[in-house]
Design a protein around this ligand. Structure first.
Ligand code: SF4
Length: 310
């Protein structure tokens, strides 16, 4: 029933990393009557943090005071289950230290916990064909594409996507490449800025290989030929898992998600040069591919931009 990921393992190493430096959203219904320390964040609730960004329930020994009665979002981490017509795909977050380092027990040992997660409901993908412009993508065709993308990923994922999805849409491969480069600069602008104006300035600077002011980090030196270079073995392992965990079939917009993945490949090269591979993966997992907040509109814009080319 479970389809386990290749080349990925997990056993908690109690590093505490998943409990700090990001907002852990909690469902209001679930929190009712609990003594959890919560904060209102806009219309939503999240676990309160101290001034170091650590969840208030996390002890100095990196143990959770609420365990095992912690919020479901915490119980689920780092797993991401997706029901497919072939079984339940097990995915994991690469923000988890053990997953990132490939440390873990045999998957059979996780099965009772995974069954418990499954009972609470998981997203379903692939049961209905997905519309791509005038084309309908079904599960069997998608699986063929996915296998091809995984095989071609070490060389050029953009090229591989162009010869599958691009061909279905009647898109010239070079148009996709140019679009992805343009969107990658804008994606970096988006991650480095808090407003549209700042994002546009950063995006233009990245495209022109000029220095820019990041609202989050201050000045950033220009990176020459920022999106060119060979991907490391680690980068290939990470992006393979993103494809394998059905990341691109999970969003509201299939084409938008594919473009997010293609830009992520380029952004991985960019951020790895800027701050190293581990932080680059944290940034992409936390803000772009998996633990996403408010990216649906952007994803839709990506899709609309691509469809204008067709
Ligand atoms: S509630 Fe527990 S598991 Fe969840 S973020 Fe806080 S310390 Fe971590």
């Amino acid at each position: 029933m479970f389809i386990y990921p290749s080349d990925v393992q997990y056993t908690c190493v109690q590093c505490g990393k998943s409990c700090e430096h990001w907002r852990v959203w909690v469902d209001g219904e679930e929190a009712r009557g609990k003594s959890w320390e919560l904060e209102q964040d806009g219309p939503r609730l999240r676990l309160a943090q101290d001034d170091r960004g650590r969840c208030l329930e996390l002890t100095e020994q990196n143990l959770c005071r609420l365990h095992p009665d912690k919020p479901s979002v915490c119980r689920q981490f780092p797993f991401l289950l997706v029901e497919t017509p072939d079984g339940v795909q097990v995915g994991v977050s690469f923000r988890c230290t053990a997953v990132f380092q490939g440390k873990g027990v045999d998957w059979a040992e996780h099965e009772p916990g995974l069954r418990e997660l499954l009972e609470r409901g998981v997203p379903r993908v692939g049961f209905e064909p997905v519309a791509l412009g005038h084309y309908q993508l079904d599960w069997q065709t998608y699986k063929g594409w996915e296998a091809f993308w995984l095989e071609r990923l070490p060389y050029d994922l953009c090229d591989a996507v162009a010869s599958t999805m691009g061909a279905a849409l009647g898109l010239h491969p070079q148009s996709l490449e140019r679009l992805v480069l343009m969107l990658t600069s804008s994606a970096i602008g988006f991650l480095e800025s808090y407003n549209n104006e700042g994002a546009a300035v950063v995006a233009a600077a990245v495209a022109a290989e000029k220095e820019y002011k990041s609202s989050r980090r201050g000045w950033t030196a220009p990176i020459r030929r920022a999106f060119v270079g060979e991907m490391s073995e680690q980068a290939i392992r990470y992006l393979s898992h993103v494809i394998e965990r059905k990341n691109v079939w999970l969003g509201s917009s299939f084409l938008g998600r594919v473009l997010m993945l293609l830009t992520a490949q380029r952004m991985l090269l960019y951020y790895t040069r800027l701050e190293g591979f581990a932080l680059a993966v944290d940034r992409l997992e936390g803000e772009w591919l998996l633990h996403r907040q408010g990216l649906d509109d952007l994803e839709q814009t990506f899709e609309d931009t691509l469809l204008q080319l067709v």
